[in-house]
Design a protein around this ligand. Sequence first.
Ligand code: GUN
Length: 293
Amino acid sequence: MEPLLLDGKKLADELKLEIAAEVATYVAKGQRAPHLAAILVGNDGGSETYVGHKVKACEQVGFQSTMLRFPDTITEAELMAEITKLNNDNTIDGFIVQLPLPKTISADNVILHIDPKKDVDGFHPINVGRVALGIDAYVSATPLGITKILERYNIATEGKNCVVIGRSNIVGRPMSILMSGAGKTGNATVTVCHSKTKNLKEICLQADIIIAALGKPEFLTGDMVKEGAVIIDVGTTRVTDATAKAGWRLKGDVKFAEVAPKASAITPVPGGVGPMTVVSLLLNTLKAYKHAF
Ligand code: GUN
C-alpha cells in the first residue's frame, strides 16, 4: 500500500502564509513587525546555510531579522556581552545563538545567559523544564515541527506505542517528553532507545509510531518496522554524491525505499521534518512578540 506522505514542505508553506497574514494585521494597526536576531560565530558551512534559511523565512513572513556575525576568535565574555545587549533590546523579540560554537566557548554557559523569554530555540533549562512539566514554553524547533506535522495530518497518538530513537537534548529527549505528555499530540506510551539499547529491532517492531533521530543515515530498515507504522525521519546527514549539484545530498535516518511500503504514513528527506523546524522558530518568535508567556 502507498503510504501517506507527510509533506513538511507543503505544511511549512501553509503555516508561513498563516503567520504572514497574522503579521500583516499587526503592521496594519501600526505595530512594528516581529523581530528575530541570530548570532553566528565563525564560518561553519552548515551553520551559515541554516541561519541563511532562517533569515529568508523571516523575510517571507514579514518579520524583521538581524544577523550578528562574529569571528571564531571572540571570547566567551565578549559573546556574553553581546547576549546581554540582545536580552535588553526591546526591539528584538527573540534570538538564537547558532550551534555549534567554537571549542573555546561553553555552549551551556551561553544558553544559560539567554533570557528564557527570548529563548525562541527553547534551549534554556527553564524552557526545557517547563516543557517537561507541561507548562507553556518555547518548545525547541524540531520537536515542535514534528508535533505540528502529527496535528495537521491528524495522526492519532493517544494510547499508541511510540519509539523514539535518539536521546539528544534538542530532539529525542524533548520529543519523548511531548509524546508521553497530556497534550493533543501526546498520551502515547513512549520508549526512548539509544546507542546502549538492546533488542532495538524487537522494540521497533512493537511501535505504532517511530521517530528516528539518531543521525545515522538509513539506519531504520524495513525489517525493523511493523506493517502500518507511522514513521518520522529526523535525520539530515550530508552524504557525498557526485551526481548531486552540490556534491552531496541529504540522507535521512530511515531507509525510505524499504520502510515506506510498510508504513501508513512517512516523512520524506528532504521535505519532511526539515522545513518544519524553520517554521517552528517563526512560531516561537511570534509567540515572543505577543508576550505569550
Ligand atoms: N544547530 C543545529 N540546530 C540548531 C538549532 O535549532 N538552533 C541553533 N541555535 N543551533 C542549531
